[in-house]
Every structure is written in structure tokens, then in C-alpha cells.
Design a protein around this ligand. Structure first.
Ligand code: HEM
Length: 416
């Protein structure tokens, strides 16, 4: 976080930003209807806000026109390296994404992640049961997911809190430090070096203990054994850092956020609880991801337009996005666009999969999608099963954010 005093202009922008965040749906609705492809200039740079479902999808499915913006920051984190998140649609990005899919197969989400996370979540809730309260952010989700991923990835954490704090700081640098604050960058450099050293040690330790683990790291080394391009030690290190920084900080953000939505909707909360108690996993998932639609991880994803491009070609709203424009593809807005999403302001459980952009869209859609589809509802289900579930009294029962991060939302339930 920056320690520099903010200028008046920065303070005005931050106040405007705060107002926009708290009136997001109103702002997006106006934009979708009046200026669906809004291009503005600010401080000599062009910015575009794209808010309709079709246009957001168009931006995110043209990865070689609308470049991801992450490569420079990944370079810093990875000492000059990059991973597929920071690449265009190139042979290297396909190669690495495919190698990592072999190391973390989709099917394992159901066969391994679901049962392990469900058991861990049940155990955590049983521990909280005598007190009848639990903080959904740090106490439950951060602790559980850090422990789970440490085992599944093969990158053990001697200190769960320190490991997840490191990952959160690097996540903030990657995804929230849009102004590239130089003071913050200085704070990040040693943490990035420590993360590299941590993962390098995991690789070295594992090379002395091969064949005894069944996890992502072991499978990466098996790919290295057979000479898979991109799977040298640096490649494995970089992809593992990508998993850690992409994987650890986000479940503790979205679970409190989606509960913040459910706890304000008694009928939906009761329905989700009934589904959890009936072990109806499909229905629990529908409640969970519909609630997340209202309060997703981010209002949108940023891209840099690399060539003049006409978006929404052939329609009345067609517009050229000039090369060099920074574009926000507003996924939160797209999920509320009534042109593609039926009765968008209604909480519905019958929406088709393609409604949901909670985990991105197109080539860069979250690699952890299948993990998330099992892990997030499994954790929520263990909470939802508790009778008398409600917000804790006082400030603890309100979602507390630090910047983009959910730090606390305590719920109470009938003790047992
Ligand atoms: C549970 C909460 C999670 C959320 C909300 C989330 C969200 C996202 C989003 C929105 C993107 C797209 C970024 C963009 O297009 O600019 C993404 C990409 C990615 N995520 Fe996740 N993610 C989550 C969990 C995970 C986990 C558990 C992993 C661990 C493997 C992971 C690894 C990645 C990677 C490697 C990418 C890059 C994909 C690519 O470029 O092909 N994420 N995630």
C-alpha cells in the first residue's frame, strides 16, 4: 500500500471511484443503455468502458487484439519470466496451459478436491460449533484454502498466515495496483524474491524425495523427466507462483462477498440452507454462483487494445477502439445485461452456464474454474448446514474490506 500523501486530484478520483463502486449497478445500467461503448481521454491516455454482454464477450474472446496487461508485473514477480496469464494466444501459451492442465487435471476437481475440501470444511465448522460463530474470511476460508492448496500444489506452508499474506500482497500488486505505485513496488520486490525462493526450495526438496507425493509439483517434475518444453525448473517455479498468487487470495474474497448477498435475502438463504442439508450439491452451487453474480470478485477485467478495432461491428453502436486504449470489459455489467440475461435483477436458479462471467471469459478464463466450481460450494455448504445462521451482531457481522480484500464477515449460528 502506498505511504505517499495523496494529491487533491487523487483524493477526488478516489472519492469518485468509491461512489461508483457503491452505485455500480446504477452506473452500469446507465452506461449499457446510453453509452455502451464509452471511450474517453484522461491525462493523455484513452480509456474505454464496455458494458453490454455481447461486447464484453467480444473483447475477452479476441486475446490478440485486446492484450492482457499482466506481463510487466509477472516479469517482476518471476525475475524476467512470464506465464500463460500474461501471454497472447501464442504457441507458448497453449503449451504451458496444456502442461499445467496435465499437472492439475479437470477430473480431479470432483474426485479429489471436492471430498478433501468438504471434509476440511466440516472439520472447521465442527471446531467453530461450540462458540456458534465463525469469521468467513480469514478464520474459515483463508485458513482452509491455504492448507488445502499447500498440499494439493505441493508447496507446503510452515506458517499458513504468512504464506497467504505473501500471496495476497503479490495479488494486490498484480491486480489492484492499477496506478503502478513505485513505493508499493519497492515493498513487493522482497516479497516476490521470498516467494521465488520458497518455491525453488520446494522444487529442490522434492527432487530429493521423488515418487512419494501425488500433487501438482510432482506431476510437473514428471513432465520435466520426459523433456516437456517449458517445464524446466524456472518454468515450473513460475507456473507454481501463478497458481499460488491466483489461487490463495481469491476464495477468502468471494465467499464472504457472496454470503453478504445471501444473508440479506432471507428467502434465498433459507433455500440455500435447505439444499445444503439435503446434500443437493447442484442446487447449492446454483445458489452460490448466483449470489456471486451480484457481488463478484471484480466489476471487470482490463485489456490494452493493440490495434484499431471496430467493436460491435454491424450494429448501431459499432465503435472503433483506437490502438493504445486501455479497456475495461465490465463482466459484472454483462451479467446484468437484460439483452442476454433473462430477468437480470431477479435471483434465479435456472440460469444457463454462459450467464456467468464470475471467473472471466474466453481464452484467459480462470484456470482454476473447475477447482472453484467444487471448492467454493463445498465450503459454503458446511456453513449453510448450520441452524440459525445469521450475521453476528455489531460491526463483526458486516463485511469488512481492506482495499479489494474481504477481511472479515462473522456469522453466528445455534451452538452445538
Ligand atoms: C476462487 C476464486 C477465483 C476467482 C474469482 C478467479 C478469477 C479469475 C479470473 C477473473 C481470471 C481471468 C483473468 C483475466 O482474464 O484477466 C482468472 C484467471 C486465472 N486464474 Fe483464477 N480465480 C480463482 C481461483 C483460482 C485458482 C484456485 C487458481 C489455481 C490454479 C487460479 C488460477 C488462475 C490462472 C492460472 C489464470 C490465468 C488463466 C489463463 O490465462 O489462461 N484461479 N481467475
Amino acid at each position: 500500500m502506498s505511504t505517499q500523501p495523496k494529491s487533491f486530484a487523487d483524493r477526488v478520483m478516489s472519492a469518485v471511484g468509491g461512489w461508483l463502486m457503491s452505485h455500480m449497478e446504477l452506473v452500469f445500467r446507465i452506461a449499457r443503455n446510453l453509452a455502451p461503448i464509452l471511450v474517453v481521454s484522461f491525462k493523455g491516455r484513452k480509456f474505454a468502458l464496455v458494458t453490454r454482454f455481447d461486447d464484453v464477450a467480444e473483447v475477452l474472446t479476441h486475446p490478440n487484439v485486446f492484450d492482457v496487461i499482466y506481463a510487466p508485473k509477472l516479469n517482476l514477480l518471476m525475475d524476467g519470466g512470464n506465464i500463460f496469464l500474461g501471454m497472447r494466444d501464442t504457441p507458448d501459451s497453449t503449451r504451458d496451459r496444456s502442461s499445467m492442465r496435465l499437472a492439475a487435471p479437470r477430473a480431479e476437481a470432483l474426485t479429489r478436491i471436492r471430498p478433501e475440501v468438504e471434509a476440511m470444511a466440516e472439520a472447521a465448522m465442527a471446531k467453530a460449533a461450540p462458540a456458534g460463530k465463525v469469521d468467513l474470511a480469514m478464520e474459515l476460508t483463508q485458513d482452509l484454502t491455504t492448507r488445502f492448496f499447500s498440499g494439493y500444489f505441493g508447496t507446503p506452508a510452515d506458517d499458513v498466515t504468512a504464506f497467504s499474506d505473501q500471496a495476497r500482497l503479490l495479488f494486490q500488486f498484480m491486480f489492484a495496483d492499477m496506478a503502478n505505485d513505485p513505493v508499493f513496488e519497492e515493498k513487493v520486490r522482497p516479497v516476490a524474491a521470498a516467494m521465488r525462493a520458497r518455491v525453488e526450495k520446494c522444487i529442490a526438496d522434492r527432487k530429493g524425495a521423488r515418487g512419494q507425493h501425488d500433487d501438482v509439483l510432482e506431476r510437473c517434475l514428471e513432465l520435466q523427466d520426459i523433456g516437456t518444453p517449458g517445464m524446466d525448473d524456472d518454468g515450473i517455479r513460475n507456473n507454481m507462483i501463478g497458481f499460488i498468487v491466483g489461487g490463495l487470495p481469491q476464495p477468502p474474497m468471494i465467499i464472504p462477498q457472496l454470503f453478504d448477498v445471501l444473508l440479506d435475502r432471507p428467502a434465498e438463504l433459507a433455500g440455500a440452507q435447505a439444499a445444503a442439508r439435503a446434500d443437493d450439491d447442484d442446487l447449492v452451487s446454483r445458489y452460490v454462483f448466483e449470489a456471486l453474480r451480484y457481488y463478484p470478485l471484480t466489476p471487470g477485467l482490463f485489456r490494452d487494445c493493440s490495434a484499431d478495432y471496430e467493436i460491435a461491428g454491424g450494429t448501431m453502436r459499432a465503435r472503433i477502439i483506437p490502438a493504445g486504449t486501455r479497456v475495461m470489459a465490465a463482466t459484472r455489467s454483462a451479467m446484468f445485461d437484460g439483452r442476454r440475461v433473462a430477468s437480470p435483477t431477479k435471483f434465479r436458479l435456472d440460469r444457463p452456464d454462459y450467464t456467468y462471467m464470475n471467473f472471466g471469459w474466453g481464452m484467459h478464463q480462470c484456470f482454476g474454474l473447475y477447482m472453484n466450481q467444487q471448492m467454493i460450494p463445498a465450503i459454503c455448504k458446511a456453513v449453510l448446514k448450520r441452524p440459525g445462521l445469521r450475521r453476528a451482531a455489531g460491526p463483526e457481522g458486516k463485511l469488512r474490506l481492506e482495499g479489494i480484500f474481504a477481511m472479515n464477515l462473522t456469522v453466528e449460528f445455534d451452538p452445538s
